[in-house]
Design a protein. Structure first.
Length: 168
């Protein structure tokens, strides 16, 4: 398990390096949110989907079968990305490898922060983190992988090079 977590962390670093927007506009983000929703529906996933730029929600969808709890998990994951500027899954994996929680490490309350996969920084080349793309409702690794797949498709980046290895 430790080897898979380390492999996933290395892959996330590569994902964050390559999945950056050269420019950003609201139409792109609407297409991204719509793409995530379509992909989830085709796969039978019931998700809460949220895209934020700064403090503004620019896309939000609660799919049939998702619950208000999924939306709250999305909020907590997004808070983690906005605070630490890296994916919520990476934060959780790093914490598990160190044997600590985010709350123990930085004092952030679990009521407002979650270190489970599904929120990815909205990265703007030559700028940094402009917001967060978040889904919640599937197992955390699947949530993260869906966001990465949609970003790769929208940005024209080969997804296979960024996908996680299959679990052992």
């Amino acid at each position: 398990m430790t080897q898979q977590m380390q492999s996933d962390l290395a892959r996330i670093a590569e994902q964050e390096r390559r999945l950056q927007f050269p420019t950003l506009d609201l139409d792109q983000l609407w297409r991204l949110g719509s793409l995530l929703r379509t992909m989830a529906r085709e796969r039978g996933m019931a998700l809460a989907i949220e895209i934020r730029v700064g403090a503004d929600t620019v896309f939000q969808s609660i799919m049939p079968g998702a619950s208000p709890n999924n939306a709250d998990w999305a909020r907590r994951k997004r808070n983690t990305v906005q605070m630490l500027h890296t994916s919520s899954y990476a934060v959780g994996l790093a914490a598990r490898l160190k044997g600590v929680s985010l709350e123990q490490e930085s004092g952030q309350p679990l009521r407002d922060y979650a270190t489970h996969g599904g929120s990815f920084p909205l990265l703007l080349a030559h700028y940094g983190v402009a917001g967060a793309i978040t889904v919640s409702g599937a197992p955390e690794r699947d949530d993260h992988a869906l966001v990465v797949e949609a970003l790769a498709q929208l940005l024209g980046v080969e997804h296979a090079a960024l996908a996680f290895d299959r679990p052992a």
